[in-house]
Every structure is written in structure tokens, then in C-alpha cells.
Design a protein around this ligand. Structure first.
Ligand SMILES: *[C@@H]1O[C@H](CO)[C@@H](O)[C@H](O)[C@H]1NC(C)=O
Ligand SMILES: *[C@@H]1O[C@H](CO)[C@@H](O)[C@H](O)[C@H]1NC(C)=O
Ligand SMILES: *[C@@H]1O[C@H](CO)[C@@H](O)[C@H](O)[C@H]1NC(C)=O
Ligand SMILES: *[C@@H]1O[C@H](CO)[C@@H](O)[C@H](O)[C@H]1NC(C)=O
Ligand SMILES: [Fe+2]
Length: 229
């Protein structure tokens, strides 16, 4: 799967949940004429716009969400701070409501060869309403940032939900084009089914884990707003 044969795909399909838990392809087909360049393109340099570190002291970066339970009523929010551990609290509220809810997560770090990670935060938001827009805010005490997501509809027969599928994304110039095509598709994916191979940091000496951080900053523009699972 690695090395030169890697490919990038971005397409959308509409799936329906049925009562028995099967996935029925109900309205698939090709939704874009985009085909990625055949030639292998190079990684975007660290100073690229897509890798920009958000401004402000200890600002949350690499913000990403994923599904937090089996029904779509929980979301796990993750992010990195680099200056100090900071707060693991998430404040969240449904759109058109002033009812704020607070959840607190935990922080972890790791080292790998000569790399030391930032402060990695994970926090689970529970008891969410189905089919609703929520805002969430992180970075309390220093620089706060606010994002939003939409919860999936209640599970039931024939309930439609649109997924995107991307694999082998990496962080080349073509990776950026692939992600842009996904975002620009008129059929808006609600959740990304990410089939694996992410940053390709392992192509660098000591698997330069700074390439995990740059990848996290690159994909934030999508994964901070919809779960990648
Ligand atoms: C809900 O809030 C959004 C923006 O926050 C606004 O555009 C919309 O009109 C509001 N809807 C209702 C029903 O108040
Ligand atoms: C780790 O060592 C490699 C190889 O010497 C070097 O290229 C890289 O910049 C170093 N990484 C850090 C985070 O210092
Ligand atoms: C989701 O909510 C919207 C209104 O906010 C409504 O039009 C739509 O029918 C709902 N979908 C489901 C599957 O409940
Ligand atoms: C990545 O794509 C976006 C458009 O979605 C563009 O604004 C940006 O300049 C591109 N960056 C690079 C390094 O190609
Ligand atoms: Fe791959």
C-alpha cells in the first residue's frame, strides 16, 4: 500500500442504514469526474499555507473529531497545544440555544526517536441530539477557537446519510487537490469513511513525526467539522 503505488480517491456515496445493521447502497455511482494526476507529487513544504499554525499563545491546532459511540450521539474532540498543557475542557451548545454544556477530557504526550509531541487532548461529548448542529469551543485560559459539527440523523430504516471516502491521502500537492475536490463536491459528505494511510511520515528519517503534526493541521479544515472514522 505504501511507496509508489499509492493512489488517492475522493468520491461520495449515499448509504442507508437498515434496521438489521446492514449498509445498503441506495444511490451510489460516480459523483465527480476528477481523476488525480498519475505522477507521484512531492510533499508540500512545512511553510505551506495548509500547515499554518493557528495564531495565539497555546492555540489549539490539529483539531479533529470522530464518532464517540455506535449511534451518533457522542463525538470525540481531539487537538494539540504546543506551548503548555492548557485546558482539556470543551464547551458546546446546540445552534439556536444558549444552553452551554461543558465536558473535560484528558491530556497525553509521547516521544519517538528525537521527536517530542505537543500536549494531545481528547474529550468526549455525550448525550447529543440527533440531526442537530452543535458549536464547540476549546483552548480555555489562552487562545480559544470555535468549530461546529452536525450530528447524524436518528438510526432507522431508510434514513439517508452521505459519506465521503478517502484513502492514502498523504500531504503532497495532490493531497491538497483531492481534499479540495471533496469539499467542493455539490453532494456534501457528512462523515468521512477514511480507509487508511494518513501522513506518510514514515517516508522520513526517524519517521519524522513533525509530518504527523503538519498532516493534522492540513486536514483540520475538514475533520474539525465532520467526523473522520
Ligand atoms: C439559528 O441560528 C442560525 C445562525 O446561528 C440562524 O441563521 C438561524 O436563522 C437560526 N434559526 C432559528 C430558527 O432561529
Ligand atoms: C531528528 O533527526 C533527523 C535526522 O538527523 C533530523 O532530520 C530531524 O530534523 C530531527 N528532528 C527533530 C525534531 O529534531
Ligand atoms: C433533520 O432536521 C431537519 C430540520 O432541521 C429536517 O428538515 C430533516 O427532515 C431532519 N432529518 C431527519 C432524518 O430527521
Ligand atoms: C491548497 O488548496 C487550497 C484550496 O483549497 C489553496 O487555497 C491552497 O493555497 C493550497 N495550498 C497548497 C500548498 O497547494
Ligand atoms: Fe498508501
Amino acid at each position: 500500500m505504501r511507496f509508489y503505488s499509492c493512489f488517492l480517491v475522493a468520491f461520495l456515496c449515499v448509504l442507508a442504514f437498515d434496521d438489521g445493521g446492514f449498509l445498503l447502497l441506495s444511490n451510489g455511482g460516480i459523483t465527480s469526474s476528477y481523476v488525480r494526476n498519475e505522477e507521484k507529487s512531492v510533499d508540500m513544504p512545512f511553510d505551506s499555507d495548509v500547515f499554518k499554525v493557528p495564531q495565539g499563545y497555546n492555540a489549539p491546532q490539529q483539531v479533529h473529531i470522530t464518532q464517540g459511540d455506535h449511534e451518533g450521539k457522542a463525538i470525540i474532540v481531539s487537538w494539540i497545544t504546543v506551548d503548555e498543557p492548557g485546558s482539556s475542557t470543551v464547551l458546546y451548545w446546540p445552534r439556536n440555544s444558549t444552553k452551554m454544556v461543558q465536558a473535560t477530557g484528558h491530556i497525553t504526550t509521547y516521544t519517538y526517536y528525537n521527536y517530542t509531541s505537543g500536549y494531545i487532548h481528547h474529550c468526549t461529548l455525550e448525550d447529543l441530539e440527533s440531526n442537530s448542529t452543535y458549536y464547540y469551543e476549546i483552548g480555555f485560559g489562552h487562545t480559544t477557537r470555535t468549530f461546529w459539527f452536525v450530528t447524524p440523523p436518528e438510526v432507522g430504516p431508510g434514513v439517508p446519510c452521505t459519506f465521503g471516502i478517502i484513502g492514502d491521502l498523504g500531504q503532497t500537492y495532490d493531497s491538497n487537490t483531492t481534499l479540495t475536490h471533496y469539499e467542493m463536491n455539490p453532494v456534501k459528505g457528512k462523515t468521512m469513511l477514511y480507509v487508511g494511510d494518513l501522513s506518510y511520515a514514515d517516508h522520513y528519517p526517524y519517521h519524522d513525526n513533525r509530518r504527523w503534526d503538519s498532516w493534522g493541521r492540513f486536514v483540520e479544515r475538514s475533520v474539525a467539522y465532520q467526523p473522520w472514522i
